[in-house]
Design a protein around this ligand. Structure first.
Ligand code: IPE
Ligand code: IPE
Ligand code: MG
Length: 239
């Protein structure tokens, strides 16, 4: 159905609307997160099947710590469940060619989550089909600040000169180093903002917004976004 040539290489997804979905069903917000985690599994599998090489899912932002502790605990439990499941299905994931990367400041997360995440990253296949970045405790500004610190240290130690701090050097100091910038960013739930997602990398991204709440998001919605993307005229400042 979709011309392979016109598929985005990298799709970023802001998984938003879990709480409102739950409220609509008369359920606690945490049920929305549970359902949202299932949709994450379904969409990442589908996107890999149709041949999208890079995906970034926004799971928890640096701002989400403002939420009630109980909700944060449930989100972390869901993340932990996902990591355990992925560990169990490591062979299957390798066969599929999934490469999982965790982007964000994981240093403040519980130790068991950090070691599970590190285990998964170290067992990624060499040449995967689809790199799945899961953004946890991620913020675009925090990522950039970290990148500037890394580069400053290199300048201070004499490893590089000030003039080596180029756009490419900044890109290489981000969590997404070596990956293409997102061609397409999808945000469901009706909000029309980035909420600190991929600040540097989204400079030339195409955006696709929808009122669908993330737990209701289907592969058909994903196809709609891809079809829209295929019709965009990307000029990058040219004519
Ligand atoms: C997205 O859903 C999940 C996270 C931000 C962790 P929300 O929990 O933000 O859902 P709404 O926006 O309140 O509906
Ligand atoms: C963005 O959603 C973060 C994630 C989906 C993880 P939020 O619900 O936190 O964003 P705001 O508060 O509406 O900007
Ligand atoms: Mg939200």
């Amino acid at each position: 159905m979709l011309d392979k040539e016109l598929l985005p290489r990298h799709v970023g997804i802001i998984m938003d609307g879990n709480g409102r979905w739950a409220k609509k069903q008369g359920l606690p917000r945490t049920e929305g997160h549970r359902r949202g985690a299932e949709v994450f599994r379904a969409i990442s599998t589908y996107a890999s099947d149709i041949g999208i090489p890079y995906l970034t899912f926004y799971a928890f932002s640096t701002e989400n710590w403002k939420r009630p502790q109980q909700e944060i605990n449930v989100i972390m439990d869901l993340f932990r469940d996902f990591l355990h499941e992925a560990e169990e299905r490591q062979e299957e994931n390798t066969q599929r060619g999934f490469r999982f990367r965790f982007i964000g400041d994981l240093s403040v997360l519980p130790e068991d989550i950090r070691s599970l995440a590190a285990f998964m990253e170290s067992h990624n296949p060499e040449n995967g089909r689809t790199t799945v970045n899961v953004a946890v405790n991620y913020g675009g500004r925090s990522e950039l600040t970290r990148a500037f610190h890394l580069l400053l240290k290199k300048v201070q130690s004499g490893e590089i000169d000030t003039q080596d701090v180029s756009e490419a050097a900044i890109s290489d100091a981000l969590y997404t180093a070596g990956q293409p910038d997102p061609d397409l960013i999808i945000r469901p739930s009706g909000e029309l903002r980035l909420s600190n997602f991929l600040t540097w990398q989204s400079a030339y991204s195409e955006f696709w917004f929808s009122d669908v709440l993330w737990p209701d998001f289907t592969t058909d919605d994903f196809d709609r976004a891809l079809l829209d993307f295929a019709h965009r005229s990307r000029r990058f400042g040219g004519i």
